[in-house]
Ligand binder design. Structure first.
Ligand code: SF4
Ligand code: SF4
Ligand code: SF4
Ligand code: F3S
Length: 375
């Protein structure tokens, strides 16, 4: 039996296997795609923490792919988009079908199962631009050629397809929104793998069970952000707890990005899972491409980002990203600083809103030397 549930990301009710049951606080991430350098430190941080065992060789719970040609597994999004067919939005309402509504009779969602080879090229398309650069081409603005880095982890969805599809009911969502596979119950049916459109549940042949991102819950339970966040070199990632969509708290960093400013957007909201990883879209990518990935709010989000320095709270909060390994529950931009607070209201971090710039002279008087590497 299907239930009617509300999905705020598509601005309408939709069908889902279980009744609506939202955790009061939901783990969530904000990734600023504009700052990522594709160093894959996040990928390795996750891998060395959680998936270095037998049968986990191919598992990247975190991966960073270069769009438009990077995919892990191969063509993961293109295949499900093609199956889904036309995706029509009117304003901010999605009129097409979600993967649950488009499911063939007897199945929980539109599904496809990756083959072994699909998992064989984690770096395919890395650093490749959208189209071939013509001979003798020079850089011209606006760019005709583009690419950007898309950071991918499990979305700890509000309506997880993995959870809906498991015949053993081995997958559950905790009261903090973390979605986990119970390793004792799992019997390796792999419906979670076939039904997750983001392909973030992965089968481990060595144990005969599936595994996925666990949101680093041992760290989260101690008030710490996740490994892929705290190790990020580009400081593009923020982890925290999101409030329920219709009751955002303005001082909550995640709520501010997602609900107050609407600058951080879900990936493929049209799939209907209400994913909880939110992206600040890339500013240099064609509107149409951003719209397909992040929904109709993408264009406004890009404009907002370009003008972020006009907004003290927004720029202050952007500066807080990557500044601490603790979970920031509230923030406040005051005078020259932005301050992050823990759950009890204690200050845990303070950053300057305007980053100090030090200009080094070519001639260093103190040492009486000329520095050749100074531009
Ligand atoms: Fe499940 Fe996939 Fe959603 Fe993760 S992203 S909760 S694996 S449906
Ligand atoms: Fe890996 Fe933890 Fe990041 Fe999940 S939250 S991708 S388990 S590092
Ligand atoms: Fe991008 Fe940060 Fe991962 Fe490096 S560590 S690839 S900057 S998200
Ligand atoms: Fe269920 Fe996936 Fe295991 S479908 S039984 S959790 S492999």
């Amino acid at each position: 039996m299907m239930h009617k549930v509300y999905n705020w990301q598509i601005n309408r009710q939709m069908e889902y296997k279980y009744p609506e049951s939202r955790p009061k606080k939901q783990v969530a991430w904000v990734f600023d795609t504009n700052k990522c350098i594709a160093c894959q430190t996040c990928t390795l941080a996750c891998k060395s923490a959680w998936t270095s065992g037998k049968g986990q060789e191919y598992m990247f719970w975190n991966n960073v792919e270069t769009k438009p040609w990077g995919f892990y597994p191969l063509a993961w999004d293109v295949r499900i988009l093609e199956k889904l067919g036309g995706q029509k939005w009117t304003g901010n309402k999605y009129l097409g079908k979600t993967i649950f509504e488009a499911a063939p009779f007897g199945e929980e969602a539109l599904r496809w199962m990756p083959e072994e080879e699909d998992w064989s090229y984690p770096n395919i398309g890395e650093d490749e631009v959208n189209q071939q650069i013509p001979e003798k081409a020079s850089f011209k603005l606006p760019h005709l050629n583009w690419m950007f880095y898309l950071q991918r982890i499990c979305n700890h969805c509000t309506y997880p397809a993995c959870l809906a599809a498991c015949p053993r009911k081995s997958i559950y969502k905790r009261s903090d929104g973390i979605v986990l596979i119970d390793q004792k119950r799992c019997r390796g049916y792999q419906e979670c793998v076939a039904n997750c459109p983001y392909k973030k549940s992965m089968f481990r042949a060595y144990t005969g069970k599936s595994e996925k991102c666990i949101s680093c819950y041992p760290a989260v339970e101690q008030g710490l952000q996740t490994q892929c966040v705290v190790n990020c070199i580009g400081k593009i990632r923020l982890f925290g707890f999101k409030s329920i969509w219709n009751n955002p708290r303005e001082q909550n960093p995640i709520d501010y990005f997602v609900h107050i400013k609407k600058i951080a957007l879900p990936l493929y909201p049209q799939f209907g899972l209400e994913p909880n990883v939110y992206y600040i879209p890339p500013v240099h990518v064609p509107d149409k491409f951003n719209r397909q990935l992040f929904g109709p709010a993408a264009k406004e989000a890009v404009e907002l980002y370009k003008n972020a320095k006009e907004d003290k709270n927004l720029i202050g909060l952007l500066m807080l990203i990557g500044s601490t390994d603790r979970i920031i529950h509230s923030f406040k931009a005051q005078n020259e600083h932005c301050v992050g607070y823990d759950e009890k209201g204690n200050e845990i971090i303070r950053v300057p809103i305007k980053e100090p710039i030090v200009i080094r002279n070519e001639y260093d008087q103190n040492l009486d030397v000329h520095r050749l590497s100074v531009t």
